[in-house]
Design a protein around this ligand. Structure first.
Ligand SMILES: [Zn+2]
Length: 339
């Protein structure tokens, strides 16, 4: 074992054996925003041998205040977050195997993404993806660690399927659309990201090194501005839970309707094609250049027309900025990208 992990090996609960276990582990990080990049960086530094990253978005200047892995250059180049994150991780720890996937996590790919993973870390920003991750993790008996942060408030919980309550046991329904604060409507300060991700990463280290007895076993709520820290003890899994008691995986089985998603508070809509398609950027740029301003890099094509900006990914998924009207976004997509 090299010098690199010596201080972590000296930490008694991990030791040499724990380090070996970390090196042999694979973790899926869902979402490479503020929380996800914090997870990825900490796990790469700790020597978790294989990291799989998935994120649907690209880097913007407003991310830099809290998404500490990214630089101005990443934002200028509008790199997809998963790609930029993988690149930085390679510089941080070249021994770690990193797989990066630029895509929207949905019911068609979530089970493939968590294949061969020992653990899943939640770095997403929305409840529908979390329910999906929860369904897939309970179905395949993979531990996952829920985390969320907005404003100065954060919450986290570790889910061990059939041993502890799952997300659906604790939150039967997602908050109504538009009713819950988001980072884009209420803002967020960086320290709460550090705190939530620190608890999540520590739980990950405990699980990966076989120290389930040290897990916090609670719904942990923190407010770093109000100086509040609360733990609600978790009981047994809920006997009426559709997911972990009845095996009804509603999010995994739901048909259709995930074609378009409003990206909270960003004045933007994401449109996903019903079937994955590979887009030829050169041809699309050629076609679009008469109607507006086009530029592209190997990962994304950007097209400005009037008050709208379309960012098209290789798999034809697009983020349309300048509207929060799903139908309007669909018509722009159909007009310029086509399906
Ligand atoms: Zn449950």
């Amino acid at each position: 074992m090299n010098e690199r992990y010596s201080r972590q090996i000296l930490f008694d609960p991990i030791g040499r054996e724990g380090q070996e276990r970390l090196l042999a582990s694979r973790v899926l990080v869902v979402g490479c925003g503020a929380l996800g990049t914090a997870h990825a960086e900490a796990l790469a530094r700790a020597g978790v041998g294989r990291l799989r990253l998935v994120d649907r978005d690209f880097i913007e200047p407003s991310n830099l205040q809290r998404q500490t892995m990214f630089t101005e250059r990443d934002a200028r180049e509008r790199l997809p977050k998963a790609v930029a994150c993988a690149r930085h991780l390679k510089e941080i720890n070249s021994e770690v195997e990193v797989e990066a996937e630029v895509s929207d996590v949905n019911r068609t790919n979530v089970e493939r993404l968590l294949q061969d993973c020992d653990l899943v870390l939640d770095g997403t920003d929305n409840f529908s993806t979390r329910y999906l991750v929860n369904d897939a993790c309970v179905k395949h008996k993979v531990n996952w660690i829920y985390g969320a942060a907005v404003s100065s408030y954060g919450v986290t919980m570790t889910v061990r399927p059939h041993t502890t309550p799952c997300l659906r046991c604790v939150f039967e329904e997602a908050p109504e659309a538009g009713s819950a604060p988001t980072c884009d409507t209420s803002g967020v300060i960086m320290p709460i990201i550090s705190m939530v991700s620190a608890v999540q990463v520590t739980e990950a280290l405990k699980l990966l090194t076989g120290h389930a007895e040290s897990l916090h076993n609670s719904l942990m709520q923190l407010d770093v501005w109000r100086n509040e820290w609360r733990r609600i003890r978790l009981a047994e899994p809920n006997e009426d839970c559709p997911v972990c008691a009845k095996g009804i995986y509603q999010s995994l089985d739901a048909e259709g309707n995930d074609f378009a998603a409003v990206l909270c508070g960003r004045d933007a809509i994401q449109i996903s094609p019903p079937k994955a398609t590979a887009i030829d950027f050169e041809r699309l740029a050629e076609r679009l250049k008469a109607s507006g301003e086009v530029s592209f890099n190997p990962y994304t094509l950007r097209f400005r027309v009037g008050d709208y900006e379309l960012t098209v990914f290789r798999d034809a998924r697009s983020i349309i900025r300048g509207t929060d009207d799903v139908n309007h976004a669909r018509s722009l997509y159909a007009r310029y990208v086509g399906v």
